[in-house]
Design a binder for this molecule. Structure first.
Ligand SMILES: [Ca+2]
Ligand SMILES: [Ca+2]
Length: 495
């Protein structure tokens, strides 16, 4: 399989199972009313900066299942295994690292890692000398230390557990797989656990689960400035579980899949809010619930450049306290519910979950596609769901979502509205602008407010903050709902 090759070359203006795809050149209202322009030029398109620049859209065939940016067949979850450097097609295996850079230290410097002390963790079954375990060396780690795990499958209750480790901004503590080697962390309860730590980086592991009853592949609590990158996380109850008092925490360039009991990524706060959380350039699929959920208060959560598909609930779920945050430049498709949902709800009195307001969030530059069929063949089919849903289901109905901005997205649904608001009071204060909207059921339900449906043109009379949107087929190369079981067949390339 050639990475980033278009999976389907010919544009398909076909009728497949009742699905219609119209000629993208059509700009006036068709017989069925499938094209409608309101307040903007028919030639203007949403800008999709984060997506197309990264190549993920054009690489759907590979880019929904693994990350291989330099096209050498190595990468995160890639067929040939981990890539030592995914920005250089000549560097992938440990041999090629030494061939090009001479020493591991020189290569790590190239990767931006300034090595103080270098520690190796050898697999117990290996033939090499000292058998250091992370449990033995982990407690003494200091700023600038780099711990390199050699190849093998490491088992244990919490395989890689960090407690109260303190790096610094310039000299983080780095824990990583030997570049290009297959290092599998297979934890019974969790595989990577970080509590009360500052300034750490985890890089290059395969986080798997085969025995016991895991809570999470990766768990993070009460920690700051922690970066996870180049990880494959699979087979756990949840992929990543991060909760309470988190600041400056990032998950990037990772593939989080087949964590089939709960959310792929479950972030949140109860009594201790979080800030500056980034989820960037990951592929997230086959979660038992949402692809990503944040539950509780967070300021500056950024969900950017991810491909989020084929999850059993929605793509991105933001509940009970996400504010001043952004969902930007993602491709969200083939999930069983909404693409993006903001939700306030009453939980049980003792859960610690409170329906805090969710003001000042931005949903921009995304492709959000809601299909007809469940990716797993389950009964919960997505066809009636919205691309973006603003929902208050609290008994008191007082949640505030003011300052929400939905702009420059391509929003495509089946029978559901492109945007839904559960209550009329959300109309004032929510900006919906410059989106390209499409609904295979026609434009009659472009926006749904409470139980009332609006055509696109009518929505612009509701509020001066709803303007400049367009209703037309985006002309994706192949987004047939018949692809539900083959996400790699979707091709969001546009002419
Ligand atoms: Ca690669
Ligand atoms: Ca490479």
């Amino acid at each position: 399989m050639k990475p980033f090759a278009r999976s389907v070359v010919a544009a398909s203006f076909l009728v497949v199972g009742g699905w219609w795809i119209v000629d993208v050149a059509m700009s006036s209202a068709s017989e069925n009313g499938h094209s409608e322009t309101a307040g903007m030029s028919a030639t203007s398109h949403p800008t999709l900066r984060g997506i197309s620049a990264d190549g993920l859209v054009r690489g759907m065939a590979a880019g929904v299942l693994y990350i291989d940016r330099d096209g050498d067949g190595y990468g995160v979850a890639a067929p040939l295994g981990p890539d030592a450097d995914d920005g250089d097609a000549n560097v992938n295996t440990p041999e090629s690292v030494l061939g090009v850079y001479g020493t591991l230290e020189a290569f790590l410097a190239h990767r931006g890692y300034n090595v103080g002390n270098l520690w190796y963790v050898e697999h117990p079954d290996g033939t090499a000398g000292a058998k250091r375990t992370f449990q033995r060396i982990g407690k003494g780690l200091r700023a600038g230390d780099v711990v390199v795990f050699r190849a093998g499958r490491y088992r244990g209750k919490h395989v890689l557990a960090s407690r109260q480790l303190q790096g610094t901004a310039n000299r983080p503590i780095v824990v990583m797989a030997y570049p290009g080697e297959k290092v599998v962390l297979d934890g019974e309860a969790s595989s990577i656990s970080t509590k009360y730590c500052r300034y750490m980086i985890y890089d290059g592991f395969i986080v798997d689960h085969t025995e016991g009853s895991s809570k999470a592949g990766i768990e993070t609590h009460s920690s700051s400035f922690i970066t996870y990158r180049n990880l494959e996380v699979k087979g756990h109850y949840r992929g990543w579980f991060a909760m309470q008092d988190l600041h400056g925490v990032t998950m990037a360039d990772s593939v989080i899949h087949d964590n089939l009991a709960s959310h792929g990524i479950y972030l949140g706060a109860r009594d201790k809010p979080c800030s500056d959380i980034t989820v960037r350039d990951n592929i997230i699929y086959h979660a038992g619930r949402h692809g990503i959920q944040f539950s509780g208060r967070v300021r500056n959560l950024r969900i950017e450049g991810n491909v989020i598909h084929s999850n059993s609930y929605g793509g991105v779920s933001l509940v009970n306290g996400v504010h001043d945050s952004a969902v930007r430049g993602n491709v969200i498709f083939n999930n069983n519910r909404q693409g993006v949902i903001f939700h306030d709800y009453d939980d049980t009195p003792k859960s610690g979950i409170v329906a805090y307001d969710q003001p000042n969030n931005v949903v921009a530059d995304n492709i959000i596609w809601v299909g007809e069929h469940s990716w797993s063949g389950s009964a919960h089919e997505p066809r009636g769901h919205a691309a973006v849903d603003l929902n208050d289901s609290t008994a008191k109905q007082v949640a505030k979502l003011g300052g929400t901005v939905i702009r420059d997205n391509v929003l495509m649904t089946s029978a559901g509205p492109t945007v839904r608001m559960s209550d009329e009071r959300f109309v004032s204060g929510v900006t919906i602008t410059n989106n390209l909207m499409c609904r295979t059921g026609g434009p009659g339900r472009s926006l749904r407010v409470a139980r009332k449906d609006y055509r696109l043109l009518a929505t612009e009379n509701l509020s001066e903050d709803i303007s400049g949107n367009r209703f037309a087929d985006p002309g994706f190369a192949d987004v047939s709902p018949a692809n539900w079981a083959r996400p790699e067949a979707f091709d969001f390339s546009r002419p």
